[in-house]
Design a protein around this ligand. Structure first.
Ligand SMILES: Nc1ncnc2c1ncn2[C@@H]1O[C@H](COP(=O)(O)OP(=O)(O)O)[C@@H](O)[C@H]1O
Ligand SMILES: [Mg+2]
Length: 332
């Protein structure tokens, strides 16, 4: 998708003036905290007061929101729900070990550049002097400058999620998912981008966001993120939900499940989470469990039902053994 001409990349100017006004006087996405809650609920995401309040503040203060917590508590889902609640588009940067600037920000399309250089070399005006196709100085020099300018232009730029999100002038949610999986150096890059919402491309100039994306970073807290990055963000610690909210979530995702069954599942899942397990069951697993017992037609969660379906929520043999012993399953 090739878009703006080169002129739009020059420092300080990027968009039509009326858009700039629209950006600075841009309205907020939500009227109040209750509005956040209601609109997230409409998308199927059940937010508690803390979630709704932090999302509201992130919108009002225009700050990135860092959501930290164990796997499966609804961090990624929050970004998706928010995206549809505000009618935006989601741009996702999935972090992993080895993620670098070329994958996160932008890189040059070397293959295409090479082809362009070859094509320029083959063109008659590129070989006016005795140097021929090798085209060194001095006769070919002007041509080379042209080619150089040409290959470092918009057409040869591969935009990655961070740059893409900054350049969009439509409502955008930028999800930087599982930030803790990326190497520490990536945080420096994020800091740079998230503090000024601008990116400098040496060959092209500075690209400044005309419309700031709503940024959500998630972390499973496998390592501490830098203080500097945290300082830039609002922070939401997302933990397992209360029993009442988890029951509500399960029933919203598996509406045919009888309420009593949802209650039993949540009670057992919470008991499991209190044990020393390698991997505690997440909300996603409670939902899976609901779907499983519904499919099997169970109408009560007795010992046999729990034992036969435990693999849906516990995925380590040692965790299952521990649960069976601590819940005293099959004791009678
Ligand atoms: N508050 C919530 N409301 C509705 N569904 C939720 C909520 N929290 C979690 N879920 C469910 O749990 C699943 C896992 O959540 P996800 O966002 O993938 O977890 P993670 O925290 O690992 O990113 C989601 O697909 C969604 O179905
Ligand atoms: Mg996730």
């Amino acid at each position: 998708m090739c878009c703006q001409p080169l002129a739009l990349w020059t420092v300080g100017y990027y968009q039509a003036p009326d858009r700039k006004v629209a950006m600075s006087s841009q309205g907020y996405a939500f009227a109040d905290v209750a509005d956040v809650r209601e609109r997230l609920r409409e998308t199927g995401y059940l937010a508690d007061e803390a979630i709704a309040t932090t999302v509201f503040l992130a919108d009002r203060l225009g700050k990135p929101l860092l959501v930290e917590g164990p796997a499966g508590v609804g961090k990624t889902e929050l970004a998706k729900a928010l995206t549809s609640a505000v009618g935006a588009e989601l741009i996702r940067l999935q972090c992993y070990e080895g993620l670098d600037e070329a994958r996160a920000l932008y890189e040059w399309n070397y293959k295409k550049q090479l082809l362009r250089i070859q094509a320029a070399g083959a063109a008659p005006e590129a070989a006016p002097g005795p140097e021929g196709v090798a085209g060194g100085a001095p006769a070919g020099a002007g041509t080379w400058q042209q080619t150089h300018d040409d290959i470092f232009s918009e057409e040869f730029l591969l935009s990655r999620p961070l740059l893409t999100a900054i350049r969009r002038d439509e409502p955008t949610v930028l999800l930087i998912d599982e930030t803790d999986k990326a190497d520490v150096e990536v945080e420096g890059l994020l800091l740079e981008v998230l503090s000024d919402f601008q990116v400098t491309i040496p060959e092209l100039g500075t690209v400044k966001a005309t419309r700031r994306p709503f940024v959500i970073l998630t972390s499973n807290a496998t390592r501490e993120l830098s203080e500097a990055l945290k300082r830039r963000c609002l922070y939401l610690n997302l933990d397992y939900p209360s029993a009442a909210r988890e029951k509500e979530i399960v029933l919203s995702r598996v509406p045919e499940l009888p309420e009593k069954m949802a209650e039993s599942l949540v009670r057992i899942v919470r008991a499991l989470r209190a044990m020393e397990l390698k991997k505690a069951p997440s909300i996603a697993e409670t939902i899976d469990w609901g779907q499983t017992v519904l499919a099997l037609g169970f109408d009560t969660m007795d010992d046999a039902a729990v034992t036969s379906t435990l693999g849906v929520v516990l995925k380590h043999a040692s965790d299952q053994a521990r649960a069976i012993s601590q819940l005293k399953l099959g004791a009678n």
